[in-house]
Design a binder for this molecule. Structure first.
Ligand SMILES: O=c1ccn([C@@H]2O[C@H](COP(=O)(O)O)[C@@H](O)[C@H]2O)c(=O)[nH]1
Length: 288
């Protein structure tokens, strides 16, 4: 009697880091944020209601999802409209992914481990309606509290961007605080991420959020074999030309992120595309 063939195992999903590297190489590294501020809705001639939110979001996705590497919806601007706002967000994620963009859900979740598992189920389980390619998370309840999200991302082929050195000046009092062992809190987060990404090729799936606004970060271990999401370009005052001075040798791992700087050029699709293309060109010139 011959042994029965073992059942075929499903292919493991391609890791987020590999998908992101390919998107950065083909589309350029720019991330555009979808942040439907009430003021922007008004500037676009829309009502500050769910109808306006839907129109704004659809226009941004239509304009950008087929050309930028990453779209980053800011969950807060959808959550403020309750379940109907979340429905708009769900559709936007699906449409953006369909058009070829990677979607980074900027929800900055962080909690004790058992609750983190529920956040992971919401955003990192491929069967969840809010599944995204990656999620922003906060390590300030302790890095290990993120473990359920790290495990879920690894299993589902998605990624995490962990807050390390945020673009706002208030972040420094927590992130640059010096621990008993002499290292800063942020450097410790970055070292954890480097350990998470060890051996990953061509790029790890566990990134850090590091503001483009912060000046020279040469003192921090930015070489984590993972992506560095760099918000702060545009409305917060940083420019693509600043990136080499801020990130030094890690600049090719940087995903520069701009929201209002692009969105204020709406509501025309052409205005949004032109603005995103201009930022992308400036990034190319700065990063080489
Ligand atoms: O350190 C951080 C982390 C996240 N953000 C988010 O990025 C955008 C920035 O929007 P702009 O209009 O380009 O200023 C926004 O969603 C923030 O919540 C950040 O700015 N800094």
């Amino acid at each position: 009697m011959t042994e029965p063939e073992p059942p075929e195992l499903p292919e493991p999903p391609e890791p987020f880091g590999a998908r992101l590297r390919r998107a950065m190489d083909t589309r350029g590294p720019l991330c555009v944020g979808i942040d439907p501020h009430a003021a922007l809705l008004r500037e676009w001639g829309l009502n500050d209601d769910v109808g306006g939110l839907e129109r704004f979001t659809r226009t941004a996705v239509e304009a950008l999802a087929d050309r930028v590497a990453v779209l980053k919806p800011q969950a807060a601007f959808f959550e403020r409209f309750g379940s109907r706002g979340i429905a708009v967000l769900e559709r936007a994620v699906a449409e953006a992914r369909e058009a070829g963009a990677l979607v980074l859900m900027d929800a900055k979740r962080g909690d004790i481990g058992s609750t983190m598992a529920a956040y992971a189920a919401a955003f990192l389980d491929p069967d969840s309606p809010l599944f995204a390619d990656a999620l922003t998370v906060s390590p300030y309840l302790g890095y290990e509290a993120l473990r359920p999200a790290l495990d879920a991302a690894r299993a589902g082929g998605s990624g995490l961007f962990v807050l390390a050195l945020t673009s706002n000046p208030e972040g420094a009092e927590v992130q640059r605080a010096v621990r008993a062992d002499g290292s800063t809190v942020a450097a410790t987060v970055l070292r954890h991420l480097a350990a998470e990404n060890a051996g990953a090729e061509p790029l790890g799936s566990f990134g850090a959020v590091v503001g483009a606004t912060l000046g020279d970060l040469g003192a921090y271990p930015l070489a984590l074999n993972g992506p560095l999401l760099a918000p702060g370009i545009g409305a917060q005052g940083a420019a693509p030309a600043d990136l080499p001075a801020v990130f030094g040798g890690a600049v090719r791992q940087v995903v520069p992120s701009v929201s209002r700087g692009v969105l204020k050029q709406g509501p025309q699709v052409s205005g949004l595309r032109h603005s995103a293309a201009r930022f992308a060109d400036e990034v190319r010139i700065a990063v080489g």
